[in-house]
Every structure is written in C-alpha cells, then in structure tokens.
Write a protein that binds this ligand. Structure first.
Ligand code: NAD
Length: 398
C-alpha cells in the first residue's frame, strides 16, 4: 500500500518549464507532483507567451516574483536564492528538451523531462554525462509506467511465471488524428512539424510509451529492428502518422510494435502482450487495474490490482493507494512516478546510494532508449524498411 507517511522533511522546491494554460500535459505534471506533498510548486516559466504564463502562474498561487518570463531567467534567479528550486519539470515541445535540460543541469537542478528526451541519441548521452558530472538525476515522464499492474507484470516475468519470453506484441494506436486536425490544433501542429517534433511523429509521441513498457516489463534488449512508416495525411510527410516495427531481441525473442494516430474509432489501444513458453500476460491502458494471465491449458485469469495474491512492492513509494475494486488510474500512475522521483532526488542529495539504488524510476537511460528507437526506426524505414542493428551502426539483413 502507498505509504503517505513516507514524506520528506521538506517538500522538494520545484519549478516547471512549459505546461502552461491550455497545454495538453501541464496539469498532469502538477497534479502528480503535488498529490503527495513531496514537491511544492514555487517557480515557473510556463509559457512561450510570457504574459499568459505569468498570469497563469499567479492564478495557481506561485509568487509573482517567481513567475518568470523565460526558463533562462528562472534558472538564473532561482540559483541566487537560498530557497531556490531544487528540481524542474520540462513539458515543452520536443525540440526544446535538450537545451532546457542542459540549462537545468548546469543550474544544478534535478530534472523530470518529457519524452522523447532529445532529437538524437548523441544529445541524450550528453545529458547523461552532464547529469553525472553535476551529480543530478534525470527522470523521464513515461507516465504509464507507474501503474501497479505494470509492476506486477514485470515481477511475473522476473520470477519466471511465464517461462522464457518468446514474443512481445505492443501497440499504442489511437484514432484522434485520422484527419488533418492540425489546421486548428497548435498542440498537434508542432507534433507533425519536424523542426519542433523531431525525426518522427507517432513513433516518438506514443510508440516510445509502448516501447518503454516492453523494455521495463521484459528487460529484453533489442538486437535489431525493421520499421515501415507512412503518413496517411500526406501533408504530415516526412513524419509518419502510422508505423509498424518488428523487433528481434537478444536471446531469440521477437516482437512487434504498432504506433498510430489514424486508428479510426480507437481511443488509446495501448496494449502489451507478453508471450512466454508456458504462459502469457496482457495489459491494456484503458483497463489498467487488470492484468490478464493465461497459462496454456488453463482457464484465463484476470488479476486485479490491490489483491493479496499479487507480488508486493517493497519500496514504500508507489503502488496501491486504495484496495482492489476501486478504479485507480492515469493520475495515480503519474503520482506514483513523481513519488519515486522525489524519493530518488532526496536520496541523491543525501548521498544515500543504497536507497537510491532501490528506487526504480524511468531514468535518463529510458530516455536514451526512446530516442534510439526513433533514430533507428527512421534509419530503417527511410532505407526501404531494412533491418538495422539496434546499437551498432549500419544495416544488416535481419
Ligand atoms: P502543448 O503544445 O499542448 O503545450 C506546450 C507548452 O509549452 C505550452 O504551454 C507552451 O507555451 C509551452 N512552451 C513552449 N516552449 C516553451 C519555452 N521555451 N519555455 C516555456 N514554455 C514553453 O504540448 P504538450 O502536448 O503539452 O506536450 C509537451 C511535451 O509533453 C511534449 O514533449 C510531448 O511529447 C509531451 N507529452 C507527454 C505525454 C505523456 O504521456 N508523458 C503526453 C502528452 C505530451
């Protein structure tokens, strides 16, 4: 059970860049960070439109002197204060992540950054090196990875309940952008504009979520992949609104990942099925409290969150907030992650390596792999859907 007594002596003084009024994801960050009293929002540079950002910030209760026009001003001014921010969340369009993360680390802050972390793997490694040098942490907001049933799935794979993993079938395929809605939707417009979105649209925007679930649950390493991508709305080219990725993992397992924004009629369809030699598990983000468990030759079971038959989390910083049967959801998943970030930042600041190592959270390495997925998919797809080695340069024959 989530331990609300596991708070910090002082909440972490926290600021936000982006996520301003009307943004898609700003509220999710604030809701998650403020949920458990582990962070306190004391400064902001919420918006490209400075006046709107300040106005919004003051309305949310942030001191007007700490409602900054730009992130540069925020980092510089906060550094001068004894009670300056200790951590920052970055919820801006993809093109800005690298420069803002870099500036935040240089200002001595822990960072929670949106995905995809950067445009290139090389930039992501630069951030990792800088974080190491500054002794700061980077968390990446793979918001679905805080669901308790995802942790149950991971534990089941780890303990061998499925046997060796053979097949992974993952997808995040919604239908919201089956028409050219970007004409009237600025949040979608930047997503289909390479200069702001990066080398991909759906692969980076939603494929990285499903991919991260695959990574964290199975802990398999990709050896090579083959990607086909297309833009059904032609004006989105060269960015794709649909992609199919085939994966070969080290050790012989194989998988597929479908990322799409044109799956007409679908809400999310973020699903992951993991097939082992003796059993399979399946999870769907629209029913996140359930995990389907199918043992070959037996009746399928639906495991329910909050039940004593599940593996129990030992970290005291996440998981169930209420007994089984009640509907926990998306906001709890995010809050679970923010709780992990808070305890990790605190342990890091105290130099408490033992505690830090026990706290799982989506780290800079998860960010690197998401960016690598994008980079490798583009390399494969734009060479006629060739198989490419995941970590090495060059094209192989699959
Ligand atoms: P959005 O366009 O709705 O909002 C972006 C916000 O950032 C706006 O308030 C804008 O004014 C502000 N902004 C832009 N540049 C800025 C700058 N230099 N300084 C300060 N503020 C700036 O975008 P969104 O949909 O909220 O997406 C933001 C990021 O969050 C993207 O990287 C996206 O991939 C990610 N995202 C993640 C999830 C998730 O589940 N983790 C969901 C949606 C979006």
């Amino acid at each position: 059970m989530f331990n609300e007594e596991s708070h910090l002596k002082q909440p972490i003084r926290w600021g936000m860049v982006g996520g301003g009024r009307g943004s898609q994801i700003g509220y999710s960050h604030r809701n998650a960070a403020l949920r458990d009293g582990l962070f306190t929002l004391v400064a902001s540079a919420f918006d490209l439109n400075a006046q709107r950002g300040r106005d919004f910030s003051i309305n949310l209760g942030v001191d007007e002197n700490r409602s900054y026009a730009t992130y540069q001003e925020m980092f510089a001014q906060e550094k001068l204060r004894e009670d300056g921010i200790q951590a920052v969340s970055i919820a801006t369009p993809n093109s800005t992540h690298f420069e803002i993360c870099k500036a935040a680390l240089e200002a001595g802050l822990h960072v929670i950054c949106e995905k995809p972390l950067t445009f290139t793997v090389s930039e992501a490694y630069q951030l990792k090196a800088l974080a190491h040098q500054k002794n700061k942490l980077i968390g990446v907001m793979y918001g679905y990875s805080g669901f308790p049933m995802i942790h149950q799935a991971r534990e089941m794979v780890r303990r061998g309940d499925l046997g060796d993993i053979r097949v992974v079938n993952a997808q995040f395929a919604h239908g919201f952008h089956n028409e050219e809605y970007e004409k009237n939707d600025p949040s979608l417009k930047w997503r289909v504009t390479p200069a702001a979105s990066g080398p991909t649209y759906v692969i980076g925007d939603i494929g990285t979520h499903a991919y991260f679930l695959c990574e964290m649950i199975t802990e398999l390493e990709v050896e090579s992949l083959c990607c086909m991508r297309q833009s059904f709305i032609e004006s989105r080219a060269p960015l794709e609104d649909n992609a199919h990725i085939m994966l070969k993992f080290k050790g012989g397992a194989v998988g597929t990942l479908w990322a799409s924004a044109v799956n007409a009629g679908s809400m999310h369809q973020q699903k992951i099925r993991i097939v082992g030699e003796k059993a399979s598990i399946e999870w769907w983000d629209e029913f996140p409290n359930q995990l389907r468990y199918e043992i070959q030759g037996e009746a399928p079971r639906i495991l329910e969150r909050g039940m004593s038959y599940l593996y129990q989390d030992d970290q005291g910083v996440s998981c169930n907030r209420i007994g089984g049967g009640h509907a926990e959801g998306y906001f709890e998943s995010w809050a679970n992650l923010y709780a992990r970030f808070a305890h990790a930042f605190d342990a890091s600041d105290k130099g408490d390596k033992v505690t830090l190592e026990r706290i799982w959270f989506p780290s800079v390495d998860a960010g690197i792999e998401g960016t690598r997925l994008c980079e490798k998919c583009v390399e494969s797809a734009d060479n006629g859907a060739q198989w490419v080695n995941y970590k090495d340069e060059g094209i192989n024959n699959g």
